[in-house]
Design a protein around this ligand. Structure first.
Ligand SMILES: *Cc1c(COP(=O)(O)O)cnc(C)c1O
Length: 423
């Protein structure tokens, strides 16, 4: 069941609120998130994990709006972060430091220091160099850092090349064949406490086989590491579970958890999951308004006021996002072949190409589905376009959870160098 459906009058709703109503009050383009859909994803994890020694750390990078983080935090989620900025967001949304995991391939000493000072619960280390740096920083602070080492199990996640992370040629984690050496080093460093092993093999996985294979490999490693004398109490499985953009059939969360349960049976590890996309992707949409329609020789261009700066996934990952009119078309309405494009001065500025959509005209609203993950967080103000506001709907209520900045606000942080004449 989608949170975004037409009502009997043919108006697209987000839960109990018409997107047209939000557009009137907030303007376009805007992102809209359904609280019910966010909770539903969380609940699927909670149900599937019953009886397991496991917890969920929401991967903030998919959508780091404070209201979204707080919604999950209030339900009991921890956070998976990749920067001090995200750490500050998690803490500001009320997630305690001990429930925060710090991931990432290039953490600076200043960032590691900030994380230790904030009492971050677990740092996932991705290189021997980082082990040494963290040991030094922890020593300066007089603390012992709880760490896992992220290993790269060399499994092809079968996803887009820009979002696969678990193959030998990717920059992430420590090659599984070198992992024992890294653990040995970690064991010798006095200010580190090894608590477990982490993996994250990619994003938008639509089958479970890569998880199965990767867990089996890491499981073997855990057995070896224990024989080497390490205490491996935690196994961080990472995130990556896919969602529906077009016609994918990603596994259910229940099936995913069942596979993990089976593959880790008897291992005696506390498990951590770091879902991002799966918790927020389908719970969010981007709404834009048609500026004009431009018939071309080979196809028609529908120019909308949402653009690649708002949602870069089509340009960056060749991603497909379903696009529908906010006003329900008549049944059997004729369609035209079109590109939905933004106003930005780049040929790469499109949201969809070669789509057959019912005729649209200036002023019509369109809804871009599955935009809740890696949408607003990847937005920029290229072409000096203000960041699209974010709205959360909960039942019949809605609230702006990040307003659109004014142009004055955008200009206010910039300075002329002192040697330039005052304008
Ligand atoms: C990006 C990331 C995640 C979340 O990935 P999704 O595909 O959004 O679930 C989890 N863990 C780590 C370490 C990541 O880098």
């Amino acid at each position: 069941m989608s949170a975004f459906t037409y009502d009997t009058n043919g108006d697209m709703l987000a839960e109990g609120v018409a997107l047209r109503t939000i557009a009137q009050q907030v303007g376009t383009p805007f992102y809209c998130y359904s609280a019910a859909a966010l909770r539903a994803g969380w609940q699927e994890f909670a149900d599937g994990m019953r009886g397991m020694n496991a917890s969920v750390c929401y991967a903030l990078k998919a959508n780091s709006n404070l209201a979204v983080i707080k919604l999950f935090g209030d339900l009991g989620a921890g956070a998976d972060i990749v920067s001090v900025g995200e750490m500050r967001r998690a803490l500001a949304a009320g997630i305690p430091g001990r429930k925060i995991i710090y991931s990432g391939v290039g953490k600076k000493p200043s960032e590691l220091m900030a994380a230790l000072q904030a009492g971050i619960g677990q740092i996932n280390v991705e290189s021997s160099a980082e082990l040494e740096t963290l040991n030094a920083v922890a020593g300066q602070l007089g603390v012992k850092a709880d760490i896992t080492i992220r290993v790269n199990p060399d499994i092809d996640a079968g996803t887009h090349e820009k979002i696969t992370t678990g193959r030998k040629e990717n920059k992430f984690g420590i090659d599984i064949d070198l992992a024992r050496d890294a653990f040995a080093l970690a064991g010798r460093l006095p200010n580190l406490k090894v608590v477990g092993v982490a993996m994250h093999i990619g994003s938008q996985l639509t089958t479970l086989d890569p998880y199965r294979a990767a867990i089996a490999r890491v499981r073997e490693l855990i057995v070896q590491l224990r024989a080497d004398g390490h205490r491996i109490g935690r196994f961080d499985i990472g995130g990556g579970l896919g969602i529906v953009y077009a016609d994918e059939t990603p596994p259910s969360i229940a099936d995913f958890l069942q596979v993990v349960r089976r593959e880790t049976d008897g291992l005696g590890c506390e498990l951590t999951f770091e879902p991002g996309r799966r918790l927020v992707g389908e719970a969010g949409v981007l709404v834009g308004e048609v500026i004009l329609v431009k018939p071309g020789v080979s196809k028609t261009f529908v120019v909308v006021d949402a653009a690649m700066n708002d949602l870069i996934r089509p340009t960056l990952y060749d991603a497909w996002h379903d696009i529908v009119p906010v006003r329900q078309p008549r049944p059997n309405a004729a369609t035209i072949r079109c590109d939905i494009v933004g106003p930005i001065c780049e040929s790469g500025d499109y949201l969809a190409q070669n789509r057959d959509l019912p005729a649209l005209s200036a002023g019509d609203l369109v809804m871009i589905r599955s935009a809740g993950a890696y949408g607003a967080v990847m937005a920029s103000s290229y072409n000096s376009r203000p960041l699209a506001p974010e709205v959360m709907v909960d039942g019949t209520r809605f609230a702006v959870v990040r307003p659109r900045p004014t142009i004055d606000e955008m200009l206010s942080s910039e300075r002329f160098p002192p040697w330039m004449e005052k304008a």
